[in-house]
Ligand binder design. Structure first.
Ligand SMILES: [Zn+2]
Length: 72
């Protein structure tokens, strides 16, 4: 499987160049694709932590406020 960075599409390994724009495989190496995939994964992980962390943090503050009010 080859990847065209210009069109952002995967195409047949047998093809010499991208069927859409004609850019050869030399312009897009597989290692770069792997790095791109890793970046996407880490970004997704960051968002997951943000989605869990922010409500958790707000909940913790709310809990502290409730505790302070019950004491005072
Ligand atoms: Zn292309």
């Amino acid at each position: 499987m080859k990847f065209c960075r210009k069109c952002r599409i995967f195409y047949s390994s047998q093809a010499a160049a991208c069927p859409k724009c004609g850019v050869s495989y030399e312009a897009a190496k597989e290692s770069e694709i792997a790095e791109g995939e890793a970046d996407k994964r880490s970004v997704r992980r960051d968002w997951l932590w943000l989605a869990i962390g922010v409500p958790l943090f707000i909940g913790l503050i709310y809990l502290l406020i409730v505790l302070f009010k019950s004491i005072g």
